[in-house]
Design a protein around this ligand. Structure first.
Ligand SMILES: [Ca+2]
Length: 467
């Protein structure tokens, strides 16, 4: 253990080394289906996220953080095991627990069906080896009494009968606004439990993982959280004629405006934005409650605080809804790491969710297990300009490689997308067939395959015999 502390990434300046050793605990908070660019600290001018903005102002905000899986289950598993695909012998919570930390889960860390497992109060696909203790936070979700809407079906009612709760694709268009303080909601209960556990375990080393389920549908929040976002004032994502013509079949989202009733209701698309924002602000308020308690207990200086999401979300960009495709709005996640003794700032370094396991091990002086495939971000926490990796890799129907300039997707049938993110950040112009970019694609293929092989994955979507 001592050797690990000495050898794992501690730079030889006494000052920083001393500061780093003060971090004993981890407070890990993950939101669900949260796209990075709706947070105030990521540049959204409308959405109110004061608590996350405050966390970002005292920590490191990662502008280029990417998930490896494009839906809850694969992304969360990959993050917790720090494996690009599949599982390893040890996961993040287990690593802390087996080294003497109190390790607890509150809410959704591994996959849980939302809303099914939330309504039932069940564990979902939780991995028990991770935790000393675990706590579920049940809630009524779409069945919360109040003003219910199923926006793709254009249904608005306060009746509790026949609400869309688990049926696809309708469930993803459900919102409920109601009179209340939110204390009946799952995320409020998770924050309350987290506060209780912080008080109980303030005197021992802890790894406390809190999984909030908003803004994942159904977008339920007290009325006052909707009020800052009148739907009439919401702006829909810009569209381009023929946008989908150059996206291969495997690159399309499964829910597309032109093939779903939501396409007929532009006003309801605006209501989706309003409800998503309301759910984000409600989630932010719960983060605020937890962080307030951390301060009250005087634990801020000894606790690394991490905030992220399992993946992003489409709200009508490219006419796409939800997740499960390789475009930027799905792959890019918010990531804020705040640890006393490390400077506040913003980093454009390319980072991935698989990097959290080694980062948190490194911050608390734990050895990084050999099965871990991510890289410690502690060097970036010290200096935001540090580059720890050239690109991020993600998986769905094939692969995505995202580097400083390019976003390249190669699907399992060999079809491709390529976007110049410097000039086309909205990903409208697929340049995979551009004859001027043959060399570029060949380089990207080589880099992608090299990384896949390094992580024990046999590349597909490409004839490798010519190499
Ligand atoms: Ca999710």
């Amino acid at each position: 253990m001592i050797a690990a502390v000495l050898f794992f990434g501690i730079v030889p300046t006494a000052c920083v080394a001393n500061e780093a050793t003060q971090i004993r605990n981890v407070l890990f908070i993950i939101a669900d289906d949260l796209r990075a660019n709706v947070l105030g600290c990521y540049g959204d001018a409308i959405c109110k996220t004061p608590n996350l903005d405050a966390l970002a102002s005292r920590g490191m905000l990662f502008n280029r953080a990417y998930c490896q899986g494009t839906s809850c289950a694969p992304s969360r598993q990959s993050m917790m095991f720090s494996r690009y695909q599949g599982v390893g012998p040890v996961n993040l919570g287990q690593h802390f627990r087996e080294n003497g930390w109190y390790s607890a889960r509150v809410g959704k860390i591994y996959h849980m069906r939302v809303p099914g497992d939330i309504i039932a109060g069940t564990n979902g696909l939780d991995v028990a080896s991770s935790w000393t203790e675990r706590f579920n936070s049940p809630g009524l979700e779409a069945h919360t009494p109040g003003d219910y809407a199923c926006l793709n079906l254009n249904e608005f009612t306060d009746s509790l009968e026949n609400r869309q709760s688990t049926k696809m694709p309708h469930r993803m268009f459900v919102s409920v606004q109601y009179d209340g303080d939110g204390s009946d909601q799952a995320d409020y209960k998770s924050a309350s439990k987290a506060i209780e556990l912080l008080r109980e375990h303030a005197d021992e080393r802890f790894f406390l993982a809190v999984g909030l389920v908003r803004p994942h549908y159904p977008m339920v929040a007290p009325r006052q959280f909707f009020e800052p976002y009148p739907w009439q004032q919401m702006l829909l994502p810009p569209q381009q004629t023929g946008d989908l013509d150059d996206i291969p079949r495997l690159g399309l989202a499964s829910t597309i405006s032109s093939k779903n009733p939501i396409g007929k209701y532009p006003d309801n698309q605006k209501r989706m934005w309003s409800a998503y924002y309301a759910a984000v602000t409600f989630m932010d308020a719960q983060v605020g409650r937890i962080l307030h308690e951390l301060d009250q207990l005087g634990l801020r200086e000894t606790t690394a605080v991490v905030f992220t999401s399992d993946h992003g979300y489409h709200l009508g960009d490219h006419q796409f809804w939800q997740k499960s495709n390789l475009h930027e709005q799905v792959l890019r996640v918010p990531l804020i790491v705040s640890a006393h003794g490390y400077p506040a700032g913003k980093s454009d370094s390319m980072v991935e969710l698989v990097d959290l396991f080694p980062t948190l091990s490194d911050l608390t002086g734990l050895e990084v297990p050999a099965s871990v495939q991510g890289k410690s971000l502690v060097p970036v926490l010290r200096d935001p300009s540090t580059v720890v990796k050239k690109h991020a890799i993600s998986f769905h129907q094939g692969y995505s490689l995202r580097n400083d300039r390019w976003h390249y997707m190669r699907y399992r049938d060999g079809s491709r997308e390529l976007y110049d993110m410097n000039t086309d950040p909205g990903e409208f112009d697929n340049r995979a067939s551009d004859p001027l970019l043959v060399e570029t694609i060949s380089d990207l293929d080589r880099n992608l395959d090299r990384s896949l092989l390094e992580f024990g994955i046999q590349p597909s979507g490409r004839d490798l015999k010519g190499e």
